[in-house]
Design a protein around this ligand. Structure first.
Ligand code: AMP
Length: 190
């Protein structure tokens, strides 16, 4: 599968360890190397700013989607395209429509909420776009522990956890996403 645009959800904070910032930069470089545009939340702060700046510095395209209320408050560097939308719902729909696949870097509630919504839409069979987590130094291991507990407790199907690719480097993750197609399963299938 060839991707034109990938959406990256990530922390509006830089994180406590420089490894997160290095990985955000490396992910930006890897996107450009593969001729893939970045779709992200607009804005300059934290890992969001780092991934976008890395894309722009190496000659790639960075597309931001930001609600007006946030755009009025935060700085954003000169990006290739900035979509200003009415609210968070419109933002997530726009990011979804623009993108061929989704990656989450480490982040907080915002990052989790965004990637979990995309995972939920996949489990409902609303899309078959690949989804991956950049599992830097096992950052997402405890989330997978929670998912696996939810499988044993029969709240989540193991096929739906298996849809979420997880790798520790951008090149491995892109490779995993390119060769992966989400099954046409949905939550309601027996
Ligand atoms: P968090 O993980 O809580 O830092 O939230 C990061 C995610 O929420 C990003 O992927 C953004 O889409 C969104 N977000 C949070 N804060 C901002 C902000 N100040 N400007 C733009 N987007 C933000």
């Amino acid at each position: 599968m060839a991707f034109k645009k990938i959406c990256v959800f990530c922390g509006s904070s830089p994180g406590a360890n420089s490894i997160y910032q290095d990985s955000a930069k490396n992910l930006g470089l890897e996107l450009v190397k593969n001729n893939i545009d970045l779709v992200y939340g607009g804005g300059n702060m934290g890992l969001m700013g780092i991934v976008s700046q890395a894309v722009l510095n190496s000659g790639g395209r960075s597309i931001g989607v930001i609600p007006k209320a946030i755009a009025d408050k935060v700085d954003h560097h000169e990006i290739s395209e900035l979509h200003i939308v009415k609210n968070m719902h419109e933002r997530k729909q726009k990011m979804f429509d623009l993108s061929d696949a989704f990656i989450a870097l480490p982040g907080g509630f915002g990052t989790l909420e965004e990637i979990l919504e995309i995972i939920t839409w996949a489990q409902l069979g609303f899309h078959q776009k690949p989804i991956g987590l950049m599992n830097i130094e096992g950052f997402f291991n405890s989330l997978f522990d929670f998912f696996n507990k939810s499988v044993t407790q029969k709240f989540i199907k193991s096929e739906h956890v298996d849809m979420i690719k997880s790798e520790s480097t951008p090149s491995l993750l892109l490779k995993a996403l390119k060769t992966y197609q989400l099954p046409k399963l949905d939550k309601w299938q027996k």
